[in-house]
Design a binder for this molecule. Structure first.
Ligand SMILES: [Fe+2]
Length: 453
């Protein structure tokens, strides 16, 4: 199959018109395989296990291990001692250590909802930006996951993805080892119901298209097509990006509120637990109510050429969802949540995975900073706050900082190398200089700045 070059704008225009949700394809990858080293990939696996000691927050990623296609339970993982360790250094060493236990059996490791290292995240944003800017919408809760190791066929067998619940489409980038995906025509599983979940698909191979991605190549196929994967190299790894639809982002918004409430110390927000349970009760009812409104345009539309303008106008169905909670949660808090949610979605191109926040040494004024490529800072305003967001993380400031925040955001968004000293020296007031340093340090913690001295 011909591998298509994805570097041009023309490619992406053709892609959304002719391939997206219609055809499968093998493409050049958006990320070169050497950008994600063997050690980087292992680091992301360890992050998913909360073993990265410099992390500030617990990971939301989940790890699954399969031996010869059979899931290994957490108790078995413990008993067999087959947990990846920092001392292994990379996946090759990890499986090397396990050889006596595996006795020649295949080990396959799946890291769902992986937290991406900042430079990997920048590459994934590049992909999502190309896709969504042409589709004119953003899908909150797109997510990334990794497959490590070998398997003769996907452990859970041939399957299709549920477009409503899972994703519209999947991009699979091979980073190490060859990746093969067998894809069957639309509706194949309806004519052959026995194939659902089947691992040995040899008898059906004549009807399948066989897509092979070598390291540095990417496979794309629509969700509704039956497929099964194969990775024959022991220490192979592949990055998957599942693009989810945005037909209803109420649940994403509610999850966001819930997560934000969890961050409040119990004493500071005494009603938090009561609100969380009310939120869960109200959720079903609210979604039903919003669906009844039958919006003709339920995707989160945005103008790709003016992200800041998008950030300043929150879609109506998010503010409507917020209104439905007004009897339970203070209005100014809801306003803030709506702004934070929307700025978070836009500034991450809807990629739901968590940003890894690590402890970094405080920035010094003699350093210079540069924003990582494909990132941008956005701001939004609520009743009492100005919210700054980048890579899905938001920081809120009292509204009286508005005149300070906007020019700083604009300056950083140029993507130029900026001397911290020149940025802070524009302001004689030391408290303002401190505020700027505070914002820069927070951006540095989420890994979106490149530093130079
Ligand atoms: Fe799949």
């Amino acid at each position: 199959m011909e591998v298509q070059n994805i570097k041009s704008d023309k490619f992406w225009d053709d892609f959304v018109n002719n391939i997206w949700q219609k055809e499968y394809a093998v493409l050049d990858a958006y990320v070169q395989p050497d950008i994600i080293t063997h050690e980087d990939a292992y680091q992301m696996l360890l992050n998913g296990l909360n073993t990265f000691t410099r992390k500030r927050h617990a990971s939301k990623a989940s790890l699954k291990l399969f031996i010869d296609g059979t899931p290994v339970t957490p108790a078995e993982i413990d008993a067999m001692g087959i947990i990846p360790k920092i001392s292994d250094g990379n996946y090759t060493n990890f499986i090397e250590r396990l050889q006596p236990l595996l006795k020649g059996r295949e080990l396959c490791t799946v890291l769902d909802r992986a937290e991406l290292l900042p430079h990997v995240r920048a590459e994934v944003y590049g992909l999502l930006k190309n896709v969504f800017s042409r589709l004119g919408y953003i899908a909150p809760e797109s997510f990334a996951f990794f497959f490590f190791g070998e398997y003769t066929s996907t452990p859970f067998g041939a399957h299709i993805h549920d477009c409503e619940k899972e994703c519209d489409a999947t991009f699979i980038t091979s980073l190490r080892g060859e990746k093969t995906i067998w894809v069957w025509p639309e509706g194949y599983e309806e004519d052959n119901p026995e194939v659902n979940g089947m691992r040995d698909m040899e008898a059906y191979s004549k009807d399948a298209a066989i897509l092979i991605a070598h390291p540095g190549q990417m496979i794309y196929f629509p969700s509704y097509q039956l497929h099964i994967g194969e990775s024959k190299v022991k220490d192979s790894f592949n990055l998957f990006v599942a693009v989810k639809p945005a037909r209803d982002c109420t649940s994403a918004f509610f999850n966001f509120i819930e997560k934000q409430l969890e961050c409040f110390p119990a004493g500071e927000y005494q009603e938090k637990y009561r609100i969380l349970s009310l939120l869960r009760d109200r959720y079903e009812q609210t979604v039903k109510h919003l669906k009844q409104k039958e919006r003709d345009n339920s995707r989160l539309q945005f103008d790709p050429d003016n992200m800041q303008k998008n950030a300043e106008s929150i879609p109506e169905h998010i503010t409507d969802a917020a209104k439905l909670l007004a009897n339970y949660i203070p209005q100014d808090f809801l306003d803030l949540m709506a702004v934070k949610f929307w700025v978070s979605v836009l500034s991450s191109y809807g990629l739901a995975s968590e940003v890894i926040e690590i402890e970094e040494a405080p920035l010094m004024k003699n350093q210079s900073i540069q924003l990582l490529k494909n990132h941008s800072l956005l701001w939004g305003k609520s009743t009492n706050h100005i919210v700054v967001g980048c890579a899905g993380t938001t920081f809120d400031y009292n509204k009286h900082h508005e005149d300070l925040v906007k020019p700083i955001v604009e300056l950083i968004n140029t993507g130029n190398v900026i001397s911290i000293e020149s940025m802070t020296n524009q302001f004689a007031d030391l408290r303002i200089q401190d505020e700027i340093m505070h914002l820069l340090n927070r951006l540095n913690h989420i890994g979106v700045l490149k530093l130079t001295v």
